[in-house]
Design a protein around this ligand. Sequence first.
Ligand code: SF4
Ligand code: SF4
Length: 172
Amino acid sequence: MGEEKSSRPRINLIKAHIDAIGAALRRMTKPPMTLMFPDYEEAWPEGYRGFILYDYDTCIGCSLCAQICPARAIKMYRVPGDKKMRPGYNVGRCIFCGLCVDICPVDALSYSYVHDEVYSEVKPMNMDPIDWTLWSKRIKEKEKSAKPKLKPVIDEDVGLRYEVVKSVEGEK
Ligand code: SF4
Ligand code: SF4
């Protein structure tokens, strides 16, 4: 009786392993559920809020963006040779709420679709107005990069899978 009781958990364990191997084998015949980043990118929906981009030439230095930012990710700087103060951006503090974009009276701020940058140090994340301008140009270039875009779709058979919504030239 006692021996029968103690062998039950072991039988359950073996059954669970067999079930898991069966599930893995069944899954091998289906399309992949993962996005092969960075070779492919997700096609973000319109209005997606990624990094905030700054246009120095359009900015009038009103400081409204710095005043409204709830995360104190924007602060005003003096720039040599410029009478107006200009905003700088700490991307490490930004919570992508978009208030700065909404309040800017001259559309000097905009959203990008890019949200994936890797930093090995904290300092480069905190940009003065000049750094923010150059960084914004680089992010815009990155946005244009020709990579196939995929979007996730719910599939009743396999669960989640990705579908190509825009392929690059020369790729099927
Ligand atoms: S998106 Fe929000 S948190 Fe980020 S800089 Fe603008 S106001 Fe600040
Ligand atoms: S709200 Fe717009 S115009 Fe005013 S300082 Fe910020 S970026 Fe420049």
